[in-house]
Design a protein around this ligand. Sequence first.
Ligand code: CS2
Length: 481
Amino acid sequence: MTARLSLTTLPAAQRPAVVPSKIGVVHLGLGAFHRAHQAVFTEEAAIRTGETGWGISGISQRSATVREQLAPQDGLYSVLTRGLGDPSLRVIGSIREVLTAPEDPAAVVARIADPAVSVVTLTVTEKGYRAAAQGGLDLTDPEIQADLAGRAPRTVVGQLAAGLVRRAETGAGPLTVLSCDNLVANGPFLRRLMEDYAAASTVGKLLVEQLEVARFPASMVDRIVPATTDADRDEAAALLGVRDEAVVVAEPFLQWVIEDDFAGARPGWEKAGAILTGDVAPWEQAKLRMLNATHSMLAYLGALRGYETIAEAVRDEELAGLANELMTIDVMPTLTPPEGLDLTAYGASVLERFANPALKHRTAQVAMDGSVKLPVRLLGTVRDRLAANAEPRLAGLAVAAWMVYVAGGVDAKGNVLELDDPQSARLQKTLAESGVGRGTQLNGPSVVDALLGVETIFGDDLRDNTVFRELLIDQVGSLTR
Ligand code: CS2
């Protein structure tokens, strides 16, 4: 049997150049993306600066899987980079502790309150924030209510709040909270959630004081990280000579643009290639509206055509053409690019990255959580185009593809399309009430009216917009004919 990856079993040549001796960063949401992105930047920064105090305490929000994978490995794992040519592999050592929030919520709060920690980063996905559709915290969410009632916190907002209050009590110093999720103005968005929590909390006063000195910089993150498969783990073991249960797979490209607004010390991420800037918004808007929007479009259209991966979908010339049109016709007129970013070249590079045949990024993975992804990726474009009296034909097609995916539930080959979405119960109920349960013959106007009426996704403005409604009926019709 092959030995398990650890500091002692790993051949010296592959050992990380720096293994931090102290924890300085807490990361909430220890998924594959963090391990292939911020953790790599943090390691690279440690190598460039020689600083050893920026080890990461990674917090899993749900299951103990990552802790079980990393604990026997001294926190080490590898990133298997798949581009053109042979894959490459690098062992990362920046994660120095793994906590599983449901098992030990008190330890999470204690770590956030640790005076040696000055930065908390987050990748908890769109739904992890528990925001209301109109912005702000969803105070009707039972988990938020339970945290507000004073249990050891289980929600991200509750964890941060408890940690900040503890910092206030112990004089631990101001904190920077850095959201790395694909959301519009993610930093200010999270600050607002915290403020709403404080307003509803009995410890609100202390929390408000801490929030005043805390910083919530915005950031844009980019790297395609598909879910790891058993075949990936076997390949990594062959390359490493030891078994790594925590390997993550990624494309070669990686990018991080961070608003330069920190309350205290931070890792020297700019030495590792991150862009520190005064204004992240143009970067973030370009990325969400170009990359993530076409990703979602290709996921839904591709899945409907029976393609299993994004690379297969973008190799379909018709779909690649539609993705390109979405960017050039609908999205680009809505963007003011950051200095130095050529949108046309960016769009081409996005499609090239999607075409990476080695990545095997499943359409079903990108398709999940559509109810919280569409507003961020597509509906801003739709609103801007409608306001400019232009018909958002391609963005409408992407939304229609989501509708057919949700309502139809089968691909062109008759295979069932999984609906993995925080609002799936609501969506299914709405459809059933309109007589369009999943799997039945689709009637365009009924599907559109049912789904467009979900105001937590579309708001009242788009629900009541007749131009958009007609466009969707048209596009749903063309997809189901
Ligand atoms: C994808 C993103 O899963 C998805 O919805 O669109 O995770 C995408 O791969 C990343 O944002 C790329 O940076």
